[in-house]
Design a protein around this ligand. Structure first.
Ligand code: FAD
Length: 448
């Protein structure tokens, strides 16, 4: 890459990627737990897609029963450490906390959850759950992300023999390869993988289903199959210059950053990220933390339509990210390397089918922004080629169709959950789906 941002010292990188929310000390955890009002109708619990009994786990922290607290959490969510660190708590549990209505700071539920789960892993995962006797049936899980791991753990506890197949060399899905390193470390994701393995779940990494192993073979081997395959290829910009060196996909860039081999990740001095979802915000703030001097988001709609959460937007702004709203890329310019991004000014027209106002180019408003690197983050699609191999699998609106109660797909042997059925939400949704699907599989194999 040309015009690389100078490499930082190891200490600078570590400082730049320091944890956003450091852990509680035992005293501060108890003090925070004691603020909880233990509401009888627990709006926080309702707001959590995995419905963790939040009041109960917090009460247990307050009374010094940390192991019991961890048990309460894990009973509902097998990737509770990831969720504690990476969940958008402002719009989920903490956003629902009654303290907000009183104009006071909500209970720091995420940090308290982390306190209990850190304790659990630091104490060598004391056994809390006993798998049911083997039920003689077998489940194949495709994908070792949050959805696949959750389904596998729950199915193993229900007595199934479970094997997970994952195309990546290391399991964990986006918990390992996507979530920003200032939120969580890859090691956190591996702890959760080990927890799932402790229930007897087998994991075959580096095995791409439909390629390294035929789906027909999996169907013969397993009584039911869970698809936790997430999303696949990144959407293209479809503008001239897209293949120039210096133009990269957000997930490729972010995947390198999650390894924490900071020196090996090249970043330009001036970086433009195209898109304004949460992944785009992660990419732009990560570029900044790696030493990029000028970083900006290019988004064709306005601030109001931006898909990223408010707190992610505020975080990015506080780190010096510039936002170019109502701006669409029209051409990438450069000879052997990207040198500039040509953009066109937009204005908002009538709402589209999703209800968002449609961006319309302003005639003759083209302008250029000099850049050294462009990171594309305009969404991902489901893996059509892989999914097309499954007979009678219904895809609706770009998502795998499922029965909302059992998460069974239109092919009765297959169940699905996580990003592939919701088009890309949060870890906690995938965790909830995996658990639900395991019970759907149980019902399928044994009746109600
Ligand atoms: C950059 C980024 C940052 C994010 N940050 C957050 C965050 O801070 N907080 C949050 O809550 N959510 C975040 N999310 C969303 C969250 O990561 C996802 O919603 C969640 O991880 C989805 O889990 P999943 O199990 O459905 O899919 P994934 O985690 O994507 O896992 C799918 C797995 O399936 C495997 N696979 C796919 N096809 C095959 C095949 N044919 N054979 C074998 N294996 C296969 C893949 O290798 C992968 O490991 C982020 C997403 C991105 C992209």
């Amino acid at each position: 890459m040309k015009n690389l941002a100078p490499k930082l010292t190891h200490e600078q990188y570590e400082a730049n990627f320091a944890e956003l929310h450091p852990p509680f000390t035992p005293n501060s955890a108890v003090a925070e737990a004691n603020r909880c009002l233990y509401c009888y109708d627990s709006p926080c619990m309702k707001a959590c897609p995995t419905h963790i009994d939040i009041s109960t786990f917090i009460k247990k922290i307050a009374t010094g029963n940390i192991k019991g607290s961890a048990k309460t959490i894990l009973k509902s969510n097998w990737v509770a450490l990831t969720c504690a660190k990476a969940c958008p708590v402002d719009v989920l549990c903490e956003g629902a906390c009654v303290y907000n209505e009183r104009g006071e700071e909500p209970i720091q539920i995420g940090r308290l959850q982390r306190y209990a789960i850190d304790w659990y892993f630091e104490h060598g995962m004391p056994p809390l759950f006993a798998p049911a006797p083997k039920n003689g049936k077998s489940v194949g899980v495709i994908g070792a992300g949050a959805a696949g791991l959750s389904c596998a753990a729950e199915a193993a506890l229900l007595g199934f023999d479970v094997t997970i197949y994952d195309a990546n060399e290391k399991p964990g899905g986006l918990n390992t390869w996507g979530i920003a390193p200032y939120k969580m470390m890859q090691e956190d994701a591996f702890k959760e993988v080990r927890l799932v393995q402790s229930f007897g779940v087998k994991i075959q990494s580096g095995v791409c289903a439909g390629k390294d192993i035929a789906l027909g073979d999996l169907e013969k081997k397993h009584d039911a199959i869970f698809l936790g395959v997430g999303l696949g290829s990144a959407s293209r910009l479809n503008i001239p210059g897209e293949n120039l060196p210096g133009v990269v996909d957000a997930l490729d860039f972010i995947g390198k950053v999650t390894t924490r081999n900071w020196h090996s990740v090249d970043v330009g001095k001036r970086v433009a990220v195209i898109g304004a979802g949460n992944t785009a915000i992660d990419a732009v703030t990560e570029a900044r933390r790696l030493g990029a001097e000028q970083v900006m988001i290019i988004y064709r709609r306005s601030r109001e339509e931006m898909p990223a959460y408010d707190f992610e937007y505020e975080l990015a702004k506080s780190e010096g990210v510039q936002f170019q709203f109502l701006t669409a890329p029209s051409r990438i310019i450069g000879n052997a390397h990207v040198e500039a991004l040509e953009c066109i000014q937009m204005q908002l027209g009538e709402p589209d089918e999703e209800g968002r106002r449609r961006p319309i180019p302003v005639p003759h408003s083209e302008f250029r922004i000099p850049v050294d690197m462009i990171i594309k983050s305009v969404g991902q699609n489901i893996e059509q080629t892989f999914l097309a191999q499954i007979p009678n699998l219904k895809i609706e609106g770009g998502k795998v169709w499922v029965n909302p109660y059992t998460l069974q797909t239109s092919n009765p042997k297959y169940f699905a959950g996580g990003d592939c059925i919701n088009g890309g939400k949060e870890v906690v949704n995938a965790a909830a789906d995996g658990k639900r699907a395991a019970h759907g599989i149980h019902e399928f194999c044994f009746g109600k």
